[in-house]
Design a protein around this ligand. Sequence first.
Ligand code: AMP
Length: 516
Amino acid sequence: MSNIVGIDLGTTFSELAILNAIGKAEIIPNADGDRLTPSAIFFDEDSPGVIRVGIEALNARHLNVQRSVRWIKRHMGDVNYRKEIDGKIWTPVELSALILKKLKQECSVEHGEIHDAVVSVPAHFDEVRRKATMDAGAGAGLNVIGIVNEPVAAALYYATTREVFGKVLVYDLGGGTFDVTILDVKGSQMEIICSQGDHALGGIDFDNKVLEMLRQSYHDKFGADLISSDEDRAKYEDEAEDIKKTLSRRPAAKKMLYGPAGSMKVEITREMFEESIGSLIARADILVEVALEEAGLEPAGINKVLLVGGSSRMPLVQQRLEKMFGFAPDKTVNVDECVALGAALHAGLTMLRDKPEAVPAGIASGLRDVTLRDVCNHSYGTICAPLDKQSGRRVIQNRIILKKNTPLPCEASQMFYTMSQGQTSLEITITQGEDADPAYINKIATHKFELPPGRPAECPIKVTYRYDVNQRMHCRFQDLQSGRALEVDFCLDHDGQSRQVGIQEKNSQLEHVTVQ
Ligand code: AMP
């Protein structure tokens, strides 16, 4: 029987957890016995065809930065990102698949077949990024049975392993992304209220602030740049991260800098560091305020604040939250592991819902009372041009079809009408965002919808958006007169467009690749 698995595919580290015989989630160490696997890849020129993933890849990065990849999660869904190695172009999906393949491969050695898995994503990941994550799973030979939002997974683990009642705010600050989620917990019953997030706010940004300080100190002393190659940069990125982590434990950290003009000792204090990251943390503070407002809550309405993600270890984060809420955040769960553990629980719930006969009795009984109701994380709409009655002119606007924070699964339809006589096509735009003004929303897909010729204006087009419990959206545009329909799936084509269902890309499983 195949294991029930959850995977945290992180910016800096990834982890895999399985459900044990009684439905408790456990992290499975990799072949080195480590519970966390660095999300790092190295294409070893000395061993053609072999790709190193994990700690070895992280260490080898200093040998040749051009042949190494880190922080690929930040590029998920980015059609312009390409890594060329020995004439082959690697996409973010394929690179992420290598990390998943490594986890799958090493964890199967002791635990048997790993096939069905839930993979976690940041709560604010858009449709394209979610689908890219699922494609990465498929590329690694996994059957991705669901996608779970990282803070939801963390909360699921938290609420099922402790006595929790009331409104919980999950503050998830990882290596590359930030999410804040508010949920209502009644024992093992959880209802997500809302989420906010920033996909470019995390540990890497704090490391960069330290790196800037190191360069500045060196320049002040020698009038020269500390960094003159990619390898130097990789070395001092690691030093900067080390300083940042030390400053979570101590008031100051010292390092030697060996630049082209000589060497020097530098000391960075926590105060200097906290000042440098002040504006970044303020961005997170604002998102917490927005989430509270969206949930209709004052800080006093929150009963618990749960820390998730390695960067939440920074004392500044904890102080800011304590000041905002009047009590210290909960640090009783392992901030690095709770997402993977929660993803495994989510996988168990998904299997119980979709394939109960495949779930062993012990696991089914362990998860018996757990319920989770998630919501749609964004508003989704389309661009239309209704006639303004007063001016008699058409006004281009974004019309929301599915509203943010609607409980899942959900479906909504709206009618639209063709504009002119003889109109033979419609330009369809699927949007994500709250504003009526198309300038302030994210256009996540555009398609041309062909219509029959020779018809009058005002032919009805029914637009239906559905959001399923696996956090995936499905869109259908139907010309009611002819019955013609267009269904849109969210996945990037080579030209960067989301594609229509039916035009399936060749499944690029990485069977031929050896990952070590
Ligand atoms: P995650 O994505 O949750 O694995 O978080 C990884 C990030 O957490 C990396 O940027 C780490 O540098 C950061 N991190 C881990 N431990 C600490 C610490 N003690 N203080 C500050 N940042 C940390």
